[in-house]
Design a protein around this ligand. Structure first.
Ligand SMILES: [Zn+2]
Length: 268
């Protein structure tokens, strides 16, 4: 074990977990996790992964902080309004864990840059607010062989699933390949959202990332977890892989680079 005295003290409460230990902590310190979207889902993700000692965080977001973000995007505060979300995130991470190395991309993730942005990641967390980005991340991670978790949240309701191309699990496109929009056809700005909801789902996404990197426990693969916070219903549904789904059966770089994914129809 090559952990310093300082690191052993800092991470002692998770090092004593038999599933993690010193070896697991070293794995976390050597891992690279990409976070796509530094909004409501990305906020708890960044906080918890940095605090847990994930060594390298690759942060991707093109947006700036707006006042209407603050009720749910807890990474950003009043003084950050107008600031790039990547910059705001970096400032917070430095306060939590200055040892965490950050690569940031203040850029819109699209089919022309997605491979370059995500390659080399041990795990990807999808935290965007739109279907085109979710599909793009799905197809790219399938192509690159990177496990990832993906969540969608609206009002009091959300869903989450994890995909592991190396285990040949079903993918997001298997389930939502025919979807034209989000489950109720509206964005947060139209339908509303309780701030706690992405907090819950972001924590679950971060937990999946840590489990995947450490190869512990059971990932949320081949199933989808739905949570209704208004009525406190938690349901996990087993799903079957779509054998005709090209994304997970025969991933294609050509499709990723040439398909426009419907980004043009997105309104912001
Ligand atoms: Zn699939």
């Amino acid at each position: 074990m090559n952990l310093s005295k300082n690191q052993i003290e800092k991470y002692s409460r998770q090092i004593i977990l038999k599933e993690i230990g010193g070896i697991g902590q070293e794995k976390l310190l050597n891992s690279t996790i990409s976070v796509v979207g530094l909004g409501a889902l990305g906020s708890p993700v960044v906080y918890y992964l940095a605090a847990a000692g994930v060594g390298y965080l690759n942060l991707i977001d093109f947006d700036v902080v707006e006042p209407s973000n603050l009720h749910r995007q807890i990474l950003h505060q009043l003084e950050d309004v107008g600031k790039q979300k990547t910059l705001s995130a970096m400032e917070k991470i430095k306060k939590i864990n200055p040892d965490c190395k950050i690569e940031f991309h203040n850029i819109k993730i699209q089919n022309q840059n997605v491979i370059e942005l995500l390659k080399g990641s041990d795990f990807v967390i999808e935290g965007s607010d739109n279907l085109p980005t979710k599909m793009l991340i799905n197809d790219t991670c399938e192509y690159l062989g990177i496990p990832f978790t993906i969540a969608g949240v609206l009002r009091f309701y959300g869903q989450i699933m994890t995909v592991d191309p190396n285990q040949k699990t079903l993918c997001y496109r298997c389930v939502f390949g025919d979807a034209q929009s989000n489950p109720v056809g509206m964005s947060c700005s139209q339908a509303g959202i309780i701030g706690i909801l992405p907090g819950v789902f972001g924590c679950l996404e971060a937990n999946e990332a840590i489990k995947s990197v450490l190869n512990i426990g059971t990932l949320l693969v081949n199933k989808i977890l739905s949570i209704d916070l208004l009525n406190m219903n938690f349901n996990t549904i087993d799903l079957k892989k779509n054998e005709k789904c090209f994304a997970c059966n025969s991933p294609s770089l050509k499709f990723i680079t040439e398909n426009n994914y419907g980004f043009n129809e997105l309104c912001h």
